[in-house]
Design a protein around this ligand. Sequence first.
Ligand SMILES: Cc1cc2nc3c(=O)[nH]c(=O)nc-3n(C[C@H](O)[C@H](O)[C@H](O)COP(=O)(O)O)c2cc1C
Ligand SMILES: CCCCCCC(=O)C(=O)O
Length: 380
Amino acid sequence: MGPVEPADLDSTYFEAAARARLPADIWDFMQGGSGAERTLAANRAQFEHCRLRPRTLVDVSTTDQSLTLLGSRLRTPIGIAPMAYHQLFHPEGEVATARAAGRAGAVMVAGIFASRTLEAIAEAATGPLWLQLYWLRRRDALAAVVERAEAAGFRALVLTVDAPRIGRRLRDARNGFAVPAHIRAVNLDQTLMAASHRSGQGSSGIAEHAREQFDPSLTWADLSWLRERSSLPIVLKGILTAEDARLAAEHGVDAVVVSNHGGRQLDGALPTLAALPEVVAAVPPTLPVLLDGGVRTGTDVALAIALGARAVLIGRPVLWGLAVDGEEGVARILALLKAELDDTLALLGRPRLADLDHTAVARPAGSAAPLATPTPDQCR
Ligand SMILES: Cc1cc2nc3c(=O)[nH]c(=O)nc-3n(C[C@H](O)[C@H](O)[C@H](O)COP(=O)(O)O)c2cc1C
Ligand SMILES: CCCCCCC(=O)C(=O)O
């Protein structure tokens, strides 16, 4: 084997290379958050703040990061978060991303605003696919997409609940960002889509589109509408509190994603790693809790799993990889994160995911011993 490419040792290479390649407004749309970007920064800061407690003299000659999630066997707990319009980053768009996810044995959540058809994505995928939904005013369009996803072999529906409207994304507003005309949310009726391609003074096409098409009246009672239309598991993405986690469990959802939308919605919302323990504590142990937001290394993945996440979803780094080298770039990002997680499991003395529990995470500065049970302030 020859020397390893320096790029494959550190995802920040992909970040810098993607920045050099992408037009400034597309870079800002991807990389940015909302408001003063406090939550965007806090997601990362929380991972930086937490420390691991390694155990020694444990046989780590074999490590294993595989798991079963909502009935699918996965080779890694690192999945791909739903993100709109992958063709902004590479001409093959979601098809390239799906191929790379399959190579890694990772789940991919395709977005309802995918720029490739659900059928093309499903044909390219060799691993499990879930479909993310926004609650559209046009319920007929939503029902049609759900039906197509089920027919194409998607295995779960992920309803995003933190976006009754789009957050105040100042970069997009300053840039008058609009999705270029040749890139389309091809799974939706095009008459629904016009606003996302119009840029306005002091606003963005994305924000205007959401105002027109997203139904902000969505409540817990509406979940039955989705349940009636599909037998697929339902996952809620955007849960940050014990109160909502409890309601999600009471409404029979199959999993929740602790997410603040990568700091793109409510600025000032708490970072996901800080929200995780209270969400985990509020739901039955059988209900899978996932996390996204700021996960950038295998160490981050281990921290999230130790604090109760069953799996994590990765956002922006996937798009960095896609922008740099299409399928190959995403495959390299996933391979890097998997290798980092493998090293972390071995060096932490917890060779399987099941060995990772709250005792692997240090209490806040000044505390010596682990707690008997995780607490909401662990690692805060
Ligand atoms: C460019 C971009 C587009 C996104 N589009 C969607 C979307 O269509 N639906 C959704 O639920 N979340 C969307 N998200 C949020 C991600 O699913 C995820 O919550 C977030 O990116 C995770 O944070 P990270 O980027 O720090 O890993 C998007 C994020 C980005 C960066
Ligand atoms: C006009 C389509 C809205 C796409 C929103 C994508 C998204 O959620 C994001 O964070 O950006």
